[in-house]
Design a protein around this ligand. Sequence first.
Ligand code: T1G
Length: 698
Amino acid sequence: MNPSDATVQTRLDAAGIAVLTIANPPVNAMSMAVRRDLLAAVQSACADPAVKAIVLIGAGDRFIPGADIREFGKPLTGPSGRDVIAALEASPKPVVAALGVHALGGGLEIALGCHFRIATPDCKIGLPEVQLGLLPGAGGTQRLPRLVGAARALELITTGKPMTAQEALTAGVVDEVVGGALLDAALSFARRVLAEGRPLTRVSERDERIRNIDPTLFSDFRAQHAKRWRGQLAPQRIVACIEAACTRPWAEAYALELAAFDECKASAQRAALIHVFNAEREAARIPGLSADLQPQAIRSAAVVGAGTMGGGIAMCFANAGIPVWLLDATPEALARGRSLIEKNYATSVARGSLARPKADQALALITGTLEYSALSDADIVVEAAFEDMAVKQEVFRQLDAVMKPGAVLATNTSTLDIDKIAAVTTRAGQVIGAHFFSPANVMKLLEVVRAKLTNPQTVVTTMALARTIGKTAVLSGNADGFIGNRILAVYGRECDFLLEEGATPWQVDRALQGFGFPMGLYLMRDMAGLDVGWRIRKYREQFRDKRLRYSPIADRLCELGRFGQKTGAGYYRYEGRVGSPDPAVEALIEQVSRELKIERRAIGDDEIVERVLTAMANEGLKIVGEGIALRESDIDVAYVHGYGFPRHQGGPMYWAARHGWAQVFDTVSRLHASQGPLWAPAPQLAEMARRARAHELH
Ligand code: T1G
């Protein structure tokens, strides 16, 4: 191999310090080549008498963000991360890790194998493996607790949340946070270590922070998170590894970690979570747009409508440091909006998820106004007014009159035709859908809806803005229900039909929660309020095709004034916010079955899950076929970030592909025969099934 092709370059400085630079674009991930070259470089530096100390640094001052995700699922050859770390830790010469940009996963494990660590102020430091269905398999669950203690390690590794450099310094993970040029700082640090003859700290040999740990720490931690981790493998295994670190000899616990890592690596959850990781990055790519098209800078924003959605949207801008106008028609409405925003911030501060100064900073960026003219200089305006076409068109006429040329005019509509909204302006090219999900300051998904005349500049600017305000954007075409709500309608429809055929709301919810949804459909509907959907159904009744099957159960509940939690009863009966099954609802459902002459039958949880997900996937294929979604994986991203679809199940389209398109086709065909046109197969499904069957044969 030509030395210049190596992913690790070694340079010896005048003081005898060997600088090992890791270069593996785009982010210096720890690939097989990096492990091979790094081990060789460390071994030769250790053997070279001219070398007094070693500095490890990433090209571009970007340290390692973990193992190379592209290699998962492939057979691994060459040295493992553990081999490299063993060589680093055993080095008789001081090894200093110079951490810049990020030191994540296997990258932090490498650094924990070094004797000293310094970091730049903006460096993100953590073990995010759990987000990929994995665990730190190169000693992270054993070495990190030895530095930060068991309780903090449990938090850090089961959430995967990174620390800032300052937090890492306080926690004892890094020795110094340095300013200026990172390499210079690392070389001067190494020289000081040599000059002061500092002892080489091997983290694996330190146990002062993991001795005499109260065993209830682990059982309490498990109990505390049992509901959130339901069905997930990696978090459970992480707790077991950290517990072993605190209760067993190093070698035994280290071996247990490797076994747990291999188990997670082989799991379907790992494959699903890596699918979502890649799908999130893919969703940002819009085919057909020239790569030269750069997003416009968004330095100021405006929101029309200070209701729940408008307030949440304004918070998104303020949280990203963007000054935002909040407009409403009356001082009372503005005051109501403002107090809701203040309440949201107070809740985050009380929960400890936001520091008070940060909340005050954001609040100071939100300015209320009654005047459209005040918005004129904003780079983008998001309309979040009442969901009525005439109201929205009037708002857009006003905006068209005052907004500066080039400003993006976005609407947060979830059901209305954006072409009709754009048509009342003189700049339809700058009109786009920006569909936030409630609560807008929390939900990650942003459905960016491209209307017929929306120009590429506006699309690129809005997609980039999503990243700036911490959202995951998915591009949708302008069609009824866009991507998410169109599939949600099918999801809800099939659940309602299953009620008529023999299931109960609590059984359906149990089945969906068993699959991994944080909340079942009927609990979710009761929380959102059944009257919202009722109003939309009553409006759509005039367009509904009466030849198609329709479930009257939800309407019947609303006619009884059962709107959910807010009326103390919906599908469930409520004591406060706790819902319990209600025999009156079962009786109502059985009455509907009798009226519709549907013979009720026993239905299993698996059938419920398969029927609902198959319907979602079939509708998803139609949406891709019609060009409303760019690709199937975008639907997965939308459902994971907007509808609580369990991330470790990959999304409805990923589920269908793993379930088998031949199986999906058979189920769709069977239900098409018994249920009629609502179950018409997506045009491309038959061919996908044929290919899947052919693939199975080979
Ligand atoms: N391996 C391979 N490619 C990676 C990668 C990785 N670890 N991380 C990022 N990329 C690619 C990514 O796919 C994208 O490619 C490009 O880099 C830019 O990424 C034993 C086994 C590092 C914070 O979980 O969180 O270590 O799409 O768009 O917003 O214990 O990527 O352009 O072709 O996200 O600046 C643990 C995962 C691995 C970190 C950068 N590590 N990465 O964010 O850019 S498991 C992680 C991230 C492990 C050991 C175990 C982020 C980032 P493309 P990007 P970004």
